[in-house]
Design a binder for this molecule. Structure first.
Ligand SMILES: [Zn+2]
Length: 302
């Protein structure tokens, strides 16, 4: 019973901070707590648009078994599991549009994000997402397109693999892939001066916009590392930034550092099938708590 309660809270219950805007939207008294726990079908209600939504983080789709890799065969099972259970993969901007009441969320939304822009997404993710009518957000390192992920501070255990070229990115964009920024060189922003960090953030945005002729409105911090100056820059120049803080995103969160769920914890297809269930929610709460404890003990993000 305790596990079910934790899981339901994690995935389905509305944070108290959201009640005020919902009341402002003139929802009937008493509808908020019950409707949030039962919402399974699409509707244009403000309450549905303001639900907490999981943002999944993928990096590379390869068979190396590294901490940033998901095997292509497992990824197929992840996506088919989502589709089978009524989830719809959406981009981060689509979530922001819904939070701003410009559009309506699908019945079971999940934001799909891919960091770094690995070339293996083209064969292993693009056709499958198109088939399932899922969309996604890809965070690109603008100074590395067509090169590899062999950047400073990259762990030795991470395989060095090709990154998408500008031509390949131009193929993805019309297929429903939002292209976001992930700095120019993937250096940790906290190791840079405020001016250098600002240049990394803004130049990545303008370069991608020029190369792909489309607006870049979302950002992800390399290694999840940020400070006040970098967050302020992201807040001023993007609709949202993604952190590696472990959790489900909700409208009250600071948009400059939305939490995500790293798929590392869900890589096994058997465990991924729990995603979106009460048991899966409890599992992620426990993994999140363990991750937080580990971070505090070691003094650095994992
Ligand atoms: Zn990255």
């Amino acid at each position: 019973m305790a596990i079910n309660t934790a899981g339901q809270k994690f995935f389905r219950e509305l944070p108290p901070k959201q009640i005020a805007p919902l009341k402002a939207a003139n929802l009937a008294p008493g509808t908020i707590p019950t409707s949030i726990t039962r919402m399974e079908k699409p509707s244009a209600s403000v309450a549905e648009n303001h639900r907490p939504v999981p943002i999944l983080t993928y990096h590379s789709l390869d068979d190396s078994g590294s901490v940033t890799s998901v095997a292509p065969a497992d990824f197929v099972q992840h996506m088919r599991s989502l589709a089978r259970r009524g989830f719809t993969g959406i981009s981060l901007s689509e979530l922001l549009d819904a939070w701003e009441n410009k559009t309506t969320l699908p019945a079971r939304p999940v934001v799909l994000t891919f960091d770094d822009g690995f070339a293996n997404l083209l064969p292993h993710a693009a056709p499958l997402l198109s088939e399932l009518k899922f969309r996604a957000t890809l965070f690109v390192v603008s100074g590395r397109c067509g090169q590899t992920n062999d950047w400073p501070d990259q762990a030795p255990s991470i395989p060095r693999l090709p990154l998408l070229t500008w031509d390949e990115l131009a193929q993805l964009a019309p297929l429903g892939w939002e292209i976001g920024a992930h700095t120019v060189t993937h250096r940790p922003l906290t190791s840079l001066s405020a001016d250098e960090a600002r240049r990394e953030i803004l130049e990545s945005k303008t370069t991608i916009e020029q190369k792909l002729s489309r607006a870049v409105t979302t950002f992800a911090y390399p290694f999840g590392l940020m400070n006040a100056a970098s967050r302020d820059c992201v807040r001023e120049n993007f609709r949202a930034g993604c952190s590696v803080e472990f959790g489900t995103a909700a409208p009250p969160h600071d948009r400059s550092a939305l939490p995500r769920l790293d798929v590392y914890y869900l890589r096994s297809p058997a465990i991924f099938n729990w995603f979106g269930t009460s048991a899966g929610g409890a599992y992620l709460v426990l993994r999140g708590a363990g991750r937080l404890l580990k971070t505090r003990l070691q003094g650095a993000p994992q």
